[in-house]
Design a protein around this ligand. Structure first.
Ligand SMILES: Nc1ncnc2c1ncn2[C@@H]1O[C@H](COP(=O)(O)OP(=O)(O)OP(=O)(O)O)[C@@H](O)[C@H]1O
Length: 261
């Protein structure tokens, strides 16, 4: 690997495996995330996406393999230590601290680096504006809608001043117009220089946001490449729709093409 290629890589996963009892949730996974880009991780339910996030961010310890962040081996480090280095993840289920305002909830993230309460609250306000929560700062966070809670989760992560954010399904549970509103927020975070790795089931978002996608199925990486190419990969189609589907779809296309000829 050349030095340039090495320094363009923010995150590198090499041969990572993890089992829970008899179930192998991650099997010899190797992947990388380039600096300054949005990369996506897709795969059917139970493929092992969230487990991989947990292995990368220190919430699980790999049975084998190595995770490097900005060239440093972080395998087995605690989540807090990884967050201090600039890598933060979000969670699928957002649990705001009830009885606390949106501002105070976001300030929790800011406290990773900022000790002063006033400075952390000021940082929270700045971040809230970026994610579209600027008008809800004084609201009880527990009263936020699903879409508001998702923005809160993004804001809390952003308030830690990360270099890399791992978004775990930030668009899940949102309606199409809410999704359309959040996509530019994610893009703006990348434009400010934060690298992003996202798990997403909303393919419209995967296609429009990410340049490169990795596909997991049953704990294994089965494909990678530009999203538009990956969705046509027979292995990916079969992972989502079942065995034999790729061939059936191809046959239907040929028949439809023939009918139009
Ligand atoms: N702590 C755990 N203990 C036991 N099994 C687990 C644990 N965490 C995950 N698993 C199992 O590992 C497999 C992968 O789960 P994971 O949540 O990583 O998949 P996923 O791709 O994120 O799924 P989804 O898209 O539904 O969120 C599943 O079979 C799950 O039941």
């Amino acid at each position: 690997m050349s030095e340039t290629a090495q320094s363009d890589t923010m995150l590198r996963v090499e041969g990572v495996s993890k089992s829970f009892g008899g179930l192998q949730a991650s099997r010899d996974i190797s992947m990388s995330v380039p600096k300054g880009k949005i990369t996506s991780l897709i795969g059917p339910n139970g493929a092992g996406k969230t487990t991989l996030f947990a292995l990368i961010t220190g919430f699980h310890k790999p049975d084998a393999g190595k995770v490097s962040f900005l060239g440093e081996d972080i395998t087995g480090m605690a989540p807090q230590d990884i967050a201090m280095r600039g890598m933060i993840r979000t969670f699928q289920i957002v649990q705001p601290f009830a009885g606390q305002s949106v501002r105070e909830n976001i300030a929790v993230g800011a406290h990773l680096h900022i000790r002063s309460r006033d400075a952390a609250l000021a940082k929270a306000e700045e971040v809230a504006r970026k994610v579209g929560l600027g008008d809800r700062l004084d609201m009880d966070a527990a009263a936020l809608t699903v879409a508001g809670r998702k923005r809160l989760e993004v804001a809390r992560a952003l308030a830690t001043d990360p270099k890399l954010i791992l978004f775990d399904e930030v668009l899940a549970g949102l309606n199409p117009s809410e999704i359309r509103d959040v996509i530019p927020v994610i893009r703006a975070i990348r434009d400010e220089g934060v690298t992003i790795l996202l798990i997403e089931h909303v393919m419209q978002a995967v296609m429009s946001l990410s340049e490169h996608t990795w596909v997991l199925n049953q704990g294994e990486l089965i494909a990678q490449g530009p999203p538009a190419e990956v969705v046509g990969d027979p292995l990916v189609i079969e992972a989502y729709l079942g065995k034999g589907m790729a061939e059936r779809i191809a046959r239907q296309r040929m028949t439809a093409g023939g009918a139009h000829a």
